[in-house]
Structure formats: structure tokens, C-alpha cells
Design a protein around this ligand. Structure first.
Ligand SMILES: [Zn+2]
Length: 193
């Protein structure tokens, strides 16, 4: 998993989704959560850049002293609230960042073939709504808003306003599909204006 996720991280950097060392990623393996450490240039991210944390986001041995991402608690919250999550991806792609300036609480889309990229969606002929949360540095905000609006999170992803997206899945393949589907839908809606 470390090697395939590191490869995905480098590929997403190539797409411009993680400029200036930003974004963060994690996965669960044998009950252990691994998260990307802070401050790494994502174009050269490798398997040694993952560190282990406990279910409360605290770095565990032998990685004590290494700084995890500031947003590690968002990963911890997603694992806590969505038991199907085994891999979590975060993107700073411009498409959702710009889309979040056009909508308030939700990003709505309908009738796109690619909506089927979300697990459980079997036809383009439906409406989908992706929640938008405010950006915040206080992790207590995300803890509250994720709990309060959990029922709105139906497509394994959400947008943080003028910040980026989080998407997850039962494996890397599903998490990538969800992240890329959301980005594509944002891009389509942006480019129609
Ligand atoms: Zn971020």
C-alpha cells in the first residue's frame, strides 16, 4: 500500500493538485493508520514519508518527534465516522477550490455520466449533492461539522471552501475514483460559464 499510494501522490502532484508541499494522505492497514508527514515536496514523496498514528491522531513509535500534517485530525475523524474508509486522499486542485466560491452549502450536479464514478451510483439520471464546509484551522470545527452534516456526505467526499477536497474509499482504487470523479464534475461545471 505504501508504494502504490506514494506513486499516486507523485502522480497527483504532476496534475498540480499539491503545490508547495501541501495536501495529505493516509491509509489503514491491519488496524494501523498511516499518514503522510508534513512538509514533504509531493513530487518526491516516497514510502518513508508515511508515519504511524493512533486513533486519536498521536504519532506512534518509532516516529515520535516527526510532525504529521496539521490536518491529520480530519483523517482521524473520517476514519471514525465512515468505517468503510481505508484510504483517504486530499487534493488542492483548483477545480473544487473555484467551484466552492460559486455555491453555499452544497455543490449540486446532475445527468453527468461520470457521476457513476461514485460507489453506489448506477445511472447518470440522478442528482448528486456534495457538501461544502467552511475552511478552518481549528480542528474542533471539522469535528462538529462532520458529525452535524454526516448524513449529507453520500458520495465518500466533501469540499472545503477555497481549500480543496477530501475523498476516501474501501481501497486506493475506490478513493482515487471518488476524488477524480469529484474533480471532473467540478471542472465541467466551471467550464460551462
Ligand atoms: Zn489542505
Amino acid at each position: 500500500m505504501k508504494a502504490s499510494l506514494a506513486e499516486t501522490i507523485r502522480a497527483y502532484h504532476q496534475k498540480g493538485w499539491s503545490p508547495a508541499t501541501s495536501t495529505n494522505y493516509s491509509f489503514k492497514e491491519d488496524g494501523q493508520i498511516w499518514v503522510s508527514r508534513s512538509g514533504v515536496d509531493k513530487s518526491i514523496f516516497n514510502t518513508e514519508d508515511f508515519i504511524s498514528i493512533d486513533v486519536n491522531g498521536k504519532v506512534t513509535a518509532p516516529f515520535e518527534g516527526i510532525k504529521p500534517s496539521d490536518e491529520t485530525m480530519i483523517h482521524v475523524l473520517i476514519y471514525r465516522l465512515f468505517p468503510e474508509a481505508q484510504v483517504i486522499l486530499h487534493s488542492h486542485s483548483k477545480n473544487p477550490v473555484l467551484i466552492s466560491k460559486k455555491y453555499e452549502l452544497i455543490f449540486p450536479v446532475e445527468n453527468y455520466e461520470l457521476q457513476k464514478g461514485f460507489s453506489g451510483v448506477s445511472t447518470h439520471a440522478c442528482s448528486i449533492q456534495i457538501p461544502i464546509f467552511e475552511n478552518a484551522q481549528e480542528m474542533s470545527y471539522f469535528e462538529q461539522v462532520l458529525i452535524d452534516r454526516k448524513s449529507e456526505i453520500q458520495q465518500h467526499c466533501f469540499i472545503i471552501r477555497q481549500h480543496g477536497t477530501y475523498a476516501w474509499g474501501e481501497n486506493l482504487f475506490a478513493a482515487k475514483r471518488h476524488l477524480e470523479t469529484l474533480d471532473y464534475l467540478c471542472e465541467c461545471e466551471l467550464n460551462q460559464f
